[in-house]
Design a protein. Sequence first.
Length: 389
Amino acid sequence: MQIQNYKVMVIGFDAKRAFRNNTGLGNYSRMVICGLSQAHSEVRSFLYSPSVDGEYQKYFSSFANVSTRKPSGIDRLFPNLWRRWGVTFHLKEDEIDLFHGLSHELPHGIPRSIKKVVTMHDLIVWRYPQYYKAFDRVVHRVKQRHACRIADVVVAISEQTKQDLMHFIHVPESKIRVLYQSCDQQFWQPVKESDIEYAREQYSLPEKYILCVGTVEDRKNQKAVVKAFAELPEDVHLVIVGRSHKLYGVEVKSEVRSLRLTNRVHFIDNAEFADFPALYAGAIASVYASKFEGFGIPILESLCCDTPVVTSNVSSMPEAGGEAALYAAPDNPHEIAQQLQRLIDDPALRQECVEKGRIQREKFSQERIVADFYNLYASMLPDRIGEDD
């Protein structure tokens, strides 16, 4: 049951990603901050970031209850050190009640009187260290271990991440709260036919295509998708949207050439984020055959756009897709192809997936996620619960 009737609550956020990232961590940060600020005017937020300029500043400028903090003076020469250490000198001045690290980190030296929350999106650096350079691997692990140790509550964005927190960093289960995430609000709006046609012309898309969204890298497993696609009818095309990690991108394109699919597989590495809903909505289906995810945002994006999705039957992806998605083993291209073929052949199945998707996606609405965080903060700050006037 939702807790209501708060006195003023002052929350500090590590907002670097909110101002700088255009993908998952940035979207998550903006969703939490903006959703909370919009729904609860009695909550005051301070955003601490090495930079508060750029295109994402517009998300926060309209809220009277949101303030920003950035390094000044000599701290401007060392923004990363300021984020790790200098932020804490502002917290008492800003009368922060609770500090939330939105992406795996918490600064050093937070006063004991301030409650601490950190969101852990995934522990891929522990599970798949080969995807990281040696230095980055050490840095990420040190930061994550420190944040989990000093936090009063560790938020996991899925049950999978919760299990990994307990296994790899030995975080006590009693300290973890599973609070799912949403996707950008643009995906929750109806897509106009004119927007679909614009995207089709803008990116030279075929009439019938399957969409695959995600950075082109080994973990996202586009090579298996290409192998699966070779089994599908010749009038269906594959559209891969995402920037490439150099070596793996070369491997995927080599696979396309070896399977003689060059005319049917299209790569888009510069799509405007605003066009993504139309790209989903214009597709027969989407496919997300990742080997491992902390959540799997493209699955939710697809459900929000009424596009059936085939995804992996491992890690957190069944949590995101629920009964609305079709599943296949990520290391089995034939199984991926079979599931996609079912959606191509069966309009009734596609519609069933759409209907189930409309139910499944409500578990991850911004309103629901914001309410979960609101109640978490309240449970940690009981003195901020007031009575009706």
